[in-house]
Design a protein around this ligand. Structure first.
Ligand SMILES: [Ca+2]
Length: 217
């Protein structure tokens, strides 16, 4: 074979290799499926967002992290004025709760108690008077569920109907009653257990929607 023929053969081999390379690259690109958008339905016990199993697909789509109140980094302050004050759990400073998106919850969200160290805190300025506090709660279907509400250092065991009624209800069976002799800034804290009275410990699993205070005297 002459030198010029060898050169042409080599050139042909290079051209073939180049075309095969291009073809295989295109095939690889075609074979890679587009990645589906990631769903952010659960991001852990202290920052996740979930939905109740009975919530329709449309309802799930209508909820999103963009609608969730911004996660606070310190206890918010509320002033009790008029006859009542309602504080949404999702507007408190919290940790260790699962955020529940639910059309039947006030504000479209509640917080589900996940573990012994879960807590939610707010500061509330109360005028002097006698008050009653209740929570709107949604207990699991099959087990007793309780938790503790602290008004400063005083703890109150709070629970709904037993067995649970399968929807949000006010805890009228376990009203938190307290009297303040003078205007007082109270630390409202929600947690599973009573640290000073293990007999009054609560359980995990209840979803808390809001706390409602009423002035009764
Ligand atoms: Ca709520």
């Amino acid at each position: 074979m002459k030198l010029s023929n060898k050169f042409l053969v080599l050139l042909g081999l290079f051209a073939s290799a180049f075309l095969i390379s291009c073809g295989s690259t295109a095939t690889m690109e075609k074979s890679q499926p587009a990645k589906p958008a990631e769903k952010k339905q659960s991001m852990g016990s202290s920052g996740g967002i979930s939905s109740r199993s009975e919530l329709s697909v449309g309802s799930i789509k209508s909820h999103g992290l963009d609608k969730l109140p911004k996660r606070l980094t310190e206890a918010p302050k509320f002033d009790f004025t008029g006859d009542s004050l309602q504080i949404e759990l999702e507007n408190m400073y919290y940790d260790g709760f699962e955020v529940i998106a639910d059309d039947s919850a006030s504000g479209s969200f509640g917080l589900r108690l996940e573990n012994e160290s879960s807590w939610a805190i707010a500061e509330v300025n109360f005028p002097a008077g006698t008050y009653q506090g209740m929570a709107s709660v949604y207990a699991p279907d099959t087990k007793k569920s309780r938790f503790n509400v602290y008004i400063n250092k005083d703890s109150y065991l709070v629970y709904g109907s037993e067995p649970p009624i399968g929807k949000y209800e006010l805890t009228t069976r376990s009203v938190v009653s307290f009297t303040l002799d003078q205007p007082t800034t109270v630390t409202l804290k929600i947690q599973q257990n009573d640290v000073n009275n293990p007999a009054n410990n609560g359980q995990n699993g209840m979803t808390l929607d809001y706390v409602l205070f009423k002035k009764v005297n």
